[in-house]
Design a protein around this ligand. Structure first.
Ligand code: SAH
Ligand code: SF4
Ligand code: F3S
Length: 480
């Protein structure tokens, strides 16, 4: 009888074999040279990319590389973002810089990966203008990194011409989720956990569905097992990650909702805080609101991208909710979770945005009173429906609106800040303050930062802190 494989498990085992093979080669080299090879990852973009970089780092450390904090390294990787045009420009700037470093560093490897490499034009530009790049891969095949390195090293004997040795492996989409590969984490006490990959929403301005592929939910058991292992390893806070976590489980059999998954995570004893990102308003269910209301562990912070307050524009953006739907949702959330902190994303200058549309956005900002917001000038992304829309907004008009919006957000954030002055709240201590070594920095459940005097042995602990004073975007406190 033929042996049937679960392709994902088969692939994971194949990759682990290649990782071990490279590890032996690197070990041998180390015995000779007594020098460990170094790597450095430059990460652009969102939490999804940060998490991917941790996976890349996990594979590299397993092979025998050690991490270093500059691009003067044996292996430099650029994990790119392409959500706005300026994200791309920053990557090309860095590639120019590393090209010069590479000239003086024989044997150095450079890789470009991530969302920008899912776009043909960007890949062509790298091939043409930065031919010293060694490896190009995308968002769907990070798990193959060891195999790509091996191919690149083996190519050394194939040709003298650098561009012939370049390894390019790009997948348009995938239904594969490869579990159980090496992993790395930036913090020992908090961790991001992917629950759903890709996006099916096709908001008309957004390139993410084209570069991250269709939605794929991870198996709940795989997620819970990962979180249990993290908890046993000392992790207290998990951040469940997805472009739209509220879509979690729709393609699984049996189906499971995001709210049900949260209830399962809540049962894991040593996990004390649960965060998630991002929630699409159209899919945020009453079930989720109720679960949040009843939970002792789900953090009192919700990032709920608005994009625009104009129902007319929201329709053209393909967001599938109206201004009133959004306001009603906020009301229901605040009723169930009165101490919730709300943050959002807003785009200014979407094609056809009129002054009236813009004032609808300002109206929502005033009505909701966001704790904070990320504001973006609309950026035209080739291949998205909005890029071909007529009446692109004049740059100066968009900038002027952007400044007005920013003033409004600052006013709203200032009002929200300081709500908890003179109270004692739990803080997860994250690090020594970067400006003042005598202070520690931590976060409240609602994601607000707190600086307070304390010993660095408290890092990773959740402790009560008295919040003395608000400084707008952070509190000054003392241990209670
Ligand atoms: N999945 C998340 C957001 C992903 S991108 C969500 O649906 O909310 C992060 C933010 O970038 C978006 O919320 C949006 O505000 C912004 N963004 C996306 N495409 C953009 C574009 N073409 N121009 C300007 N901002 C954009
Ligand atoms: Fe982009 Fe919309 Fe998907 Fe968010 S939900 S990633 S904005 S298409
Ligand atoms: Fe950028 Fe890709 Fe995230 S385009 S915002 S890094 S999903």
């Amino acid at each position: 009888m033929n042996k049937t494989y679960n392709t994902n498990e088969f692939e994971a085992n194949r990759q682990l074999e290649i990782i071990n093979e490279l590890k032996s080669r690197y070990d041998e080299e180390y015995q000779r040279t007594k020098v460990k090879k170094t790597f450095h990852i430059v990460t652009f973009g969102c939490q999804m990319n940060s998490r991917d970089s941790e996976k890349i780092s996990g594979i590299l450390k397993q092979i025998g590389y050690i991490e270093t904090d500059t691009e003067d390294a044996d292996f430099v990787l650029y994990n790119t973002c392409t959500v706005r045009e300026n994200a791309n420009n920053r990557v090309f700037g860095r590639l120019g810089h590393v090209g010069k470093l590479k000239k003086n560093r024989p044997g150095m490897l450079v890789a470009v990966c991530g969302c920008m490499m899912q776009e043909t034009t960007a890949v062509e530009r790298v091939k043409k203008s930065y031919p010293f790049v060694d490896i190009i891969f995308g968002t769907h095949n990070i798990f193959k990194l060891a195999e790509l390195i091996k191919t690149r090293i083996d190519n050394e004997s194939v040709s003298d011409k650098h561009s012939d040795r370049m390894v390019i492996d790009l997948w348009k989409d995938t239904d594969m989720i490869v579990e159980n590969l090496p992993n790395d984490r930036k913090y020992p006490f908090k961790a991001g956990v992917n629950i759903i990959y890709g996006c099916n929403n096709f908001c008309s301005y957004c390139i993410v569905p084209y570069v991250r592929g269709r939605e794929r939910s991870r198996n709940p058991e795989d997620i819970l097992e990962e979180i249990r292992a993290l908890a046993n390893d000392g992790v207290k806070e998990v951040m469940l990650l997805g472009q739209n976590v509220n879509s979690y489980g729709k393609n699984l059999n049996p189906q499971i909702s995001f709210a049900q998954l949260l209830k399962e995570v809540e049962k894991i004893d040593k996990i004390k805080r649960i965060r998630f990102m991002t929630s699409h308003p159209k899919d945020l269910s009453q079930e989720l609101i109720d679960v949040m209301g009843a939970s002792k562990k789900i953090c009192r912070h919700l990032h709920l991208p608005l994009q625009s307050g104009s129902t007319r524009l929201l329709k053209i953006m393909n967001r599938k909710y109206t201004k009133e739907d959004y306001l009603d949702l906020v009301d229901r959330i605040r009723k169930a979770v009165p101490d919730i902190s709300l943050t959002t994303d807003i785009i200014v200058g979407f094609p056809g945005e009129t002054e009236e549309d813009f004032m609808e956005t300002i109206d929502v900002v005033k009505k909701v009173g966001f704790d904070n917001a990320f504001t973006f000038l609309y950026s035209k992304r080739a291949g998205t429906p909005a890029a071909n829309m007529e009446c692109q907004v004049d740059e100066n008009v968009a900038k002027e609106r952007f400044d007005r919006l920013l003033d409004e957000i600052h006013a709203s954030a200032a009002k929200a800040a300081g709500r908890d002055v003179n109270s004692v709240k739990d803080v997860l201590v994250e690090e020594v303050n970067s400006q003042n070594e005598d202070l520690l920095t931590g976060r409240l459940s609602n994601n607000m930062l707190v600086h307070f005097p304390g010993d660095k042995s408290l890092i990773g602990e959740i402790i009560p802190v008295y919040l003395e004073e608000s400084k707008g975007f952070y509190y000054i406190g003392k241990q209670a």
